[in-house]
Design a protein around this ligand. Structure first.
Ligand SMILES: O=c1[nH]cnc2c1ncn2[C@@H]1O[C@H](CO)[C@@H](O)[C@H]1O
Length: 357
């Protein structure tokens, strides 16, 4: 369907796209905690902690978040996380992130954070985790949103990756009360995946889920590696799967979901524009996909905006968008009773939306 068809559908339904999206209960599976920092919070923390090499107003920050390419994005990301110093900072970050999601109708979120980046800067692991747990539980009390954590290994080419891997796994294994999965982030170029095999095998054997990034900036080979060496159960991004029909078939047959983040791909320059984004093709090929926001304030987006873009910029039909919301529930690692409740809630919302047409 073209964008103008989507516009006509809006009139026929009697529900605007915004009303439709807002009525949909949502699950977020691919969002970074540090990359969710509100611009105002970043500015305040930079001031409080005397980090004086970052922009000092919203306008400057907006410019700072214009990325030349993926590597530039990572550079900016690493500069921004330095404003996080103590337990209170992490508590504020976690609470604001979860409340922001809850305000968009998100009931359950698996949020990724990168403990090793902070531990390496001298922040105590318990202080960091105590902070984000406080934020998580405050947000849950205030809104009912359920959050679980994914800890990702920062796969940076200039980092000693053995301590980064071991430190991340150890952090996760000691905090199973709310950490449910191991991830792997950062650049794919020049960071071969097999070197992380041991960390992911330890995670698997201990019962942690595995959700590495792969196929965001490099091709199908990296996704195959994530499956073969990292025991991936879901793939972060994975949009380059389309390079290889055998991989498409494998992902479909083994039901390996992709966590797709369209605006992120545009803003890091791995996809040129919305009409070039592969999400509609992935859906047509019946691959399991969900819709996610990645680093929303850095990319000038929100999960709500991603759902609106799915309709307006990617030309998906409303039933397909309901399908994306339902898929995120299925692909999540939420406990079975919560999954059942979310399935029922999405089905009821889909009925209401239909009744309004
Ligand atoms: O879209 C993304 N792809 C890869 N890594 C990302 C993305 N967004 C945030 N990070 C973060 O970049 C850091 C450096 O390795 C990691 O902390 C990772 O979580």
């Amino acid at each position: 369907m073209s964008v103008s068809d989507a516009g006509r559908q809006e009139v026929a339904d009697g529900l605007s796209d915004e009303e439709f999206v807002d009525a949909l209960p949502k699950v977020e599976l691919h969002v970074h905690l540090e990359g969710s920092m509100r611009p105002r919070t970043l500015l305040a923390l930079a001031r409080r902690h005397g980090v004086d090499d970052l922009p000092t107003d919203i306008e400057g920050l907006t410019k700072f978040y214009e990325f030349r390419d993926f590597d530039h994005f990572i550079e900016v990301y690493l500069a921004a996380v330095r404003v996080l110093r103590d337990a209170d900072d992490f508590a504020v970050l976690a609470r604001e992130t979860a409340l922001g999601l809850a305000g968009q109708g998100v009931r359950y979120a698996e949020i990724t954070f990168t403990p090793f980046l902070h531990i390496q800067r001298g922040i105590d692991a318990d202080e960091l985790f105590g902070g984000i747990e406080r934020g998580r539980l405050d947000a849950e009390r205030e809104t009912g949103i359920q959050v679980r954590w994914v800890t990702d290994i920062p796969g940076l080419p200039n980092m000693n990756l053995r301590p980064a891997s071991e430190g991340t796994v150890e952090f996760a294994l000691n905090r199973r009360e709310s950490v449910i999965a191991l991830g792997l982030g950062g650049p794919e170029v020049d960071v071969p995946r097999p070197q992380f095999a041991e960390a992911f095998t330890v995670a698997r054997d201990a019962g942690l889920h595995r959700v590495p990034h792969a196929g965001e900036t490099t091709g199908a080979r990296t996704i195959w590696d994530a499956l073969e060496y990292l025991h991936a159960e879901r793939i972060g991004h994975g949009i380059r799967a389309l390079d290889d029909p055998a991989l498409v078939e494998h992902l479909r047959a083994h039901h390996i979901p992709l966590e797709v983040c369209p605006t992120s791909n545009l803003r890091t320059g791995v996809v040129a524009d919305y009409p070039d984004h592969p999400l509609p093709t992935l859906i047509e090929l019946a691959l399991p996909v969900s819709l996610n926001s990645d680093d929303p304030p850095m990319f000038g987006t929100t999960l709500r905006d991603e759902y609106l873009h799915a309709l307006r910029s990617l030309g998906l039909r409303r039933d397909q968008v309901v399908g994306l919301a339902a898929a995120a529930v299925e692909h999540s690692f939420a406990p079975a009773p919560l999954k059942d409740a979310l399935r029922a809630e999405i089905a009821a919302a889909a009925d209401r939306v239909q009744a309004a047409s």
